[in-house]
Structure formats: C-alpha cells, structure tokens
Design a protein around this ligand. Structure first.
Ligand code: ADP
Ligand code: NA
Length: 330
C-alpha cells in the first residue's frame, strides 16, 4: 500500500440519491479520491435485505453508478464498482458472521430502526446481518478510513472490534479502519421533520431532496421547509433545528461558514435563506444531472468503467480472502 486506503458504499435502493447521501458521504468520496487509494461501490447485496424488483434493482444500480460519476468520481483516480461483481464480499461476510456475537449484532441501532419499520414478519435475517456484510466490505480492502454519515459510525466501530478479534485470534491480517465523518454534514435532517435524518426509507416525499428531481421540485421543498415561529436567522440546533439544518446545507454548498451566513442574513427573514438555498442547490444540481444523464446515455461506457472497477477491486479482495482462508485453516 503506497497511500492510505479508503472504502465506502452506497445502496442503489431508490435510484436517486438524496441530499443527505451527497453531503454526508459522496462529496467526501470525491474529495478523498486523489490523495488516497479509494474504493467506492454500489452495494446491491445490501439492497436485497429488503424486497427488490429485479429489473428495478438492475436499473437503479446503473443510475447509482452514473450519479457517482456525475458527482465527480473519476475512474482514473478511484476504483468504482458494483458489490455483487466481487464475490469475495459474500465469502468474507460468512467468516465475519462466525466471528460476531449474536448479542453484539443485536445492539446495532440501524437494525432496530429498520426492522421496527417493516415489522417482524417482513424483517429478514439478511437485514439483521447487514452490518456484518459491511464489516467484510471494509476489511477486504484493508481500508484505513471509511467516509460515511453519522448513522454509520456504529458499523465502523463494530468493524474495528471484529478486525481486532480476528487479528488476535488468528494472525494480524486486517488494518483497523477509522470512520471519516465531517461533523457539519454528518447528519442532514428531513426538511419537514428536522427531528429525523433525511432518509430514503423514513422521510416523506416533501422532506427528502432527491438529486434527480427537477430543480424546481426541490426548490419548492426548500421553500416549504419546516422552521420555527421565530424570524431571526441564527444557529441553534436545540431551539431552531430546521433553520440550523438549512444553514448547514447552505454552508456546505456555498463554502461560507455558518457565522458568515448568520451575518449575511441579519435583518432578513427565513424566506430569504430558503430562496437563496433553493438557488444555490439548483446551481449545483443542474450540471450534476447533466453529467449523470450523459453516463446513462452511454451504457457501453458505464459497463466498461464498472468492469475495470470490478477487476481492480477483485485483485485486492481476493488477496485478502486468500490470506484469511489460510489463517483460519481452510
Ligand atoms: P439511506 O440511509 O438513505 O438508506 P445509505 O444507507 O445508502 O442511505 O447511505 C449512504 C451514505 O449516506 C452513508 O454513508 C450514510 O451515512 C450517508 N447518509 C445517509 N443519510 C444521511 C443523512 N441524512 N445525512 C448525512 N449522511 C447520510
Ligand atoms: Na485515488
């Protein structure tokens, strides 16, 4: 390894990414690709933890890869691939399942949240063990850093525990990864309910900013974002969670600090912040959508990029898996 390794993934579940995915994760992926040996993947194996229609899943996987390219991932600078193209993920996941305690896995809060949403009868064992597949995802590449949103911190922590367990039980095979989480954008909130994170499964349509929606649809959502009954634009996560969320989004898109923005909006009402944010988002999303569309219009090129990515990923993953199998006694 000549440079630090970075690994992360995103689900293709609903086709369009949302603003939380972009600001919490994908933007950091783009920033990290040049200085690091970066591996990024569309995690279709994770998608089938909940029911998927095959044709839709296939299409959404391509749309997801195109969005990652549209957001600025450059196959010259990173390895972009689809998880199911690299069979070692499922293979190492089995080993990880056998190293993880049932009680330990039961403490994963994402599972509690998601399973309560679907109900016990629709909850699969796959959903329960998905953090363990994620352990395999990360360790296969000997990742040093995992750029994710706050909701994934617990999964990186358990990955560290299991890597240490394997290293002490068998042999020092795995790099111990660290989460790479930027505080300001780690948790983008739902625009209608700033008490919950923006999420494709939990947000209402008005609370979720989808990157592939027409800019004017998103503009409406920004303009009708739930704030509070006050009028002064200031940052206060407790008293003004809605306004604070809009300020953090603005800051991330404009590059201005929250303090600068508060000064800028002095004497103006919430409407001014919302209008400016809608414009700022449109300026970013319009070229993003054009680039994404161009990749979708050239299926052969997308296939080529993903095939090269899978080959590069497999070279690393197969080496790790072979070492693991050997140390275990296979
Ligand atoms: P979702 O949580 O919407 O199902 P994924 O699980 O595919 O999306 O998450 C992809 C990446 O986006 C992860 O790194 C996750 O931490 C990040 N992410 C998801 N929602 C948010 C959010 N509201 N704010 C910041 N980051 C987020
Ligand atoms: Na790179």
């Amino acid at each position: 390894k000549d440079r630090p390794r970075v690994l992360s993934g995103i689900q293709p579940t609903s086709g369009s990414f949302h603003l939380g995915n972009y600001l919490g994760a994908v933007r950091q992926w783009v920033d990290l690709q040049k200085e690091n040996d970066a591996f990024y993947m569309v995690v279709d194996l994770h998608a089938i933890t909940v029911p998927q229609d095959p044709a839709t899943l296939r299409q959404n996987t391509r749309i997801s890869a195109a969005q990652l390219l549209g957001a600025g991932l450059d196959p010259e600078h990173c390895t972009l691939f689809v998880q199911s193209h690299v069979p070692e993920h499922a293979q190492l996941a089995w080993v990880m399942n056998c190293l993880t305690g049932f009680g330990e896995a039961s403490r994963m809060t994402q599972f509690k949240d998601k399973s309560s949403r679907y109900g016990a009868d629709s909850t699969t064992v796959g959903l329960f063990t998905y953090p363990i597949l994620q352990i395999a995802d990360i360790l296969l590449y000997q990742a040093d850093a995992v750029p994710v949103g706050e909701d994934q911190r617990q999964h990186v922590e358990i990955t560290r525990d299991i890597a240490e367990r394997f290293n002490s039980r068998y042999a020092p095979v795995f790099t111990i990864p660290k989460p790479y989480i930027l505080k300001e954008t780690a948790k983008i909130m739902d625009l209608q309910d700033p008490g919950i994170k923006m999420s494709k499964s939990a947000s209402s349509p008005k609370g979720l900013v989808s990157l592939l929606d027409e800019a004017k649809v998103s503009a409406k959502k920004f303009k009708s974002a739930v704030t509070d009954t006050g009028t002064v634009v200031s940052y206060d996560e407790e008293q003004k969670p809605g306004v604070s969320n809009l300020l953090r989004i603005h800051s991330a898109l404009s590059g201005q600090s929250v303090e600068q923005l508060v000064a800028h909006f002095e004497g103006k009402m919430y409407g001014a912040l919302k209008t400016e944010l809608a414009e700022l988002f449109a300026e970013w999303v319009t070229p993003f959508q054009q680039r994404t569309g161009a990749f979708l219009d050239d299926p052969a090129e997308l296939d080529r990029v993903l095939a090269i990515g899978a080959e590069k990923a497999r070279a690393v993953a197969s080496e790790t898996l072979a070492t693991v199998y050997d140390r275990i006694g296979f």
